[in-house]
Design a protein around this ligand. Structure first.
Ligand code: MG
Length: 313
């Protein structure tokens, strides 16, 4: 179902800056039990929370080992990417007033360390899919310098019940954001290799597209193709709404694409947008991290099921 732009945003919706002071804000997730958006200030090496009821920005964790993207798992715990620990972690500190309680879920592939997991989504079967580019071992401000131990950058599928870690996508140069279509038949993965130097110094691709894959048998990503190129900038993080529209970050705006790849809405943002999530008590507020600040705008839609775990309830 393709929606017209007028049906995507609430009447008189305006973009509102609700918090600022981050060095580079990323990884937002709505946590219902706290009525808060939790997000990362990656160079600041801390985790921040914006409390919707009070409008107060709180420091949830400092010396946090450079976390990045987040989603909620089937139990409502936060699954987060750690640049510093090169790991996927679970933080069960999600009830009101709880403090960080972080444990590592996975940090290596075939005995080699992951690069620096960037963004994550939890599928309805409980498997955790995440991207593993190299920003956190390539940029001193975003982690600890290191090398690509398995020699590439993959999208992985992790099954927490068996501990099995399997490469799902191996043909995106710098995989970054990811999300499933509402029925989980399509996996979207963004490539942010534009402006990203290759660690091996060789000639590499410079993409800025969202790729789409058919999900076969619930676990294999096949038939990869370009869904849309995003310009200016790159599609860092993005979410899918209940109608299958893709709401993505870009340099100068949030852009919304219909499931057939047509841009149907552009919301100008005064700072470079990194990522976004649906949230608020009714799930219809879009929160976006953009450079130093957190913004929000009221919509008429909620996130798709997987995006719900990534963004709202
Ligand atoms: Mg990202």
């Amino acid at each position: 179902m393709t929606m017209t732009p007028g049906t995507l945003l609430a009447d008189d919706a305006t973009l509102e800056k609700v918090a600022t002071g981050a060095a580079w804000a990323e990884g937002p997730v709505w946590i219902p039990a706290r009525s808060a958006v939790r997000f990362s200030d990656i160079p600041g090496n801390r985790v921040l929370e914006f409390r919707e009821a009070t409008g107060v920005l709180e420091v949830y964790a400092s010396d946090a080992e450079f976390p990045n993207g987040r989603a909620l798992d089937l139990d409502g715990a936060v699954v987060q990417c750690s640049h510093g620990r090169r790991a996927i972690e679970r933080d069960t500190g999600t009830s009101d007033g709880a403090v960080p309680a972080v444990s590592t879920l996975v940090d290596s592939y075939n005995g080699r360390r992951l690069n620096s997991p960037n963004d994550v989504v939890v599928k309805s079967d409980g498997t955790i899919w995440f991207t593993d580019p190299s920003y956190g071992i390539q940029k001193e401000s975003e982690g600890h310098l290191g090398r690509e131990e398995y020699g590439d950058r993959y999208v992985f599928r992790f099954d927490p019940s068996s501990g099995e870690l399997t490469p799902a996508v191996v043909d995106v140069e710098v995989p970054n954001g990811l999300a499933f279509s509402p029925d989980e038949s399509v996996l979207y993965v963004s490539d942010t290799s534009r402006g990203t130097p290759a660690m091996d110094g060789g000639e590499r691709l410079h993409g800025h597209a969202i790729h789409a894959y058919d999900v076969v048998a619930g676990r294999f990503a096949r038939n990869g193709r370009i869904f849309t190129e995003v310009d200016p900038g790159v599609p860092d993080g993005f979410r899918v709404d209940v109608h299958g529209n893709i709401w993505t970050s870009s340099q100068d705006a949030v852009r919304v694409y219909s499931p057939d790849g047509v841009q149907i809405l552009r919301i100008p943002v005064p700072e470079t947008v990194s990522n976004l999530c649906f949230g608020g008590d009714d799930g219809r507020t879009l929160y976006l991290t953009a450079s130093t600040s957190l913004y929000r705008i009221r919509t008429r839609v909620t996130g798709a099921a997987a995006a719900l775990r990534g963004g709202s309830r």
